[in-house]
Design a protein around this ligand. Structure first.
Ligand SMILES: Nc1ncnc2c1ncn2[C@@H]1O[C@H](COP(=O)(O)OP(=O)(O)OP(=O)(O)O)[C@@H](O)[C@H]1O
Length: 260
């Protein structure tokens, strides 16, 4: 272990064609921190986490993971990712156990891709952590949206990541399941897992948050305490919170930035 932050982003710039999506973004996430990434639709949140995960190339800037430049970072299993899509499955019917087991493969050597008993134990533990043990053999297509989110989280947990990056973990999840999810995330934080979450709703995890980072038009416009103004804006579970709003997005977030 080094004292380097789990994630260090400096001057990250991403463009799609001639349209910039991230502009000179700096972000540090220390080991053990819980950071929410907020901002209106299209502000660059998903692009930033995809860049951190090495899924979207930078036009400029640098990213270090655990103190190692991203291009040289080999231990990708230390990063868990729960993508934005809130359903799993597709054409091939798979059970919860199969979906979650697939998340363990990142920890297996290429020449030994089959799961041993220790791996299967980790898979069962991940499923228990998200409260889906009774659904072990159920096809994921039969689960509710919230249960499918939890199955995806368990899949990420099966890789035993040190950092869990989640894109909209609460989207499409009803209030009771949001509470269950939030408790699951709280358990992970107690175990020392670092969390970086893109969300439009910080309400369910407000108590866990160390910091909130707000993006607007690809810029960081706030990086600091999840203060009352942010809770008012993003904390009420309103699915439209953070959507482009008339006139004042930049001004309002600029004020927040100035006051932090
Ligand atoms: N693969 C892509 N090709 C072209 N443009 C893209 C691509 N991915 C993202 N963009 C554009 O980059 C900008 C940032 O998108 P991004 O998805 O990162 O925003 P976001 O803040 O995550 O939005 P949302 O809250 O709607 O998920 C947007 O203008 C989007 O249209």
């Amino acid at each position: 272990m080094t004292d380097a932050p789990a994630i260090r982003v400096r001057g990250a710039t991403v463009a799609f064609g001639d349209r910039p999506a991230l502009r000179q973004v700096d972000l540090d996430v220390a080991t053990g921190e819980v950071v929410a990434l907020l901002g209106p639709n299209g502000s660059g949140k998903s692009t930033l986490i995809r860049a951190i995960l090495g899924l979207t190339p930078l036009a400029a800037g640098t990213i270090e993971l655990f103190g190692v430049p991203s291009a040289r970072f080999k231990d990708r299993g230390r990063l868990g990712y729960v993508p934005q899509r809130h359903t799993v499955g597709g054409g091939v019917p798979s059970t919860v156990q199969e979906v979650v087991s697939s998340g363990r493969l990142s920890r297996r050597p290429l020449f030994a891709p089959f799961l041993g008993s220790a791996d299967r134990e980790v898979v069962c533990d991940a499923i228990a952590t998200v409260g889906l043990t009774e659904k072990l053999t159920a096809p994921v297509s039969t689960l509710s949206g919230g249960q499918q989110r939890r199955a995806l989280i368990a899949r990420a947990l099966a890789g035993q990541p040190d950092v869990l990056i989640m894109d909209e973990p609460f989207a499409g999840v009803d209030a009771p399941n949001q509470q269950i999810l939030a408790r699951t995330l709280g358990d992970l934080v107690e175990r020392g897992v670092t969390l970086l979450l893109v969300t439009h709703e910080i309400g369910p995890i407000a108590a866990l948050l160390n910091r909130a980072v707000v993006l607007s038009h690809g810029h960081v416009v706030h990086d600091g305490a999840p203060d009352q103004a942010l809770l008012d804006r993003y904390g009420n579970g309103d699915p439209h919170a953070g959507s482009p709003t008339p006139a004042s997005e930049t001004v309002q977030l600029g004020n927040l930035n100035g006051s932090s």
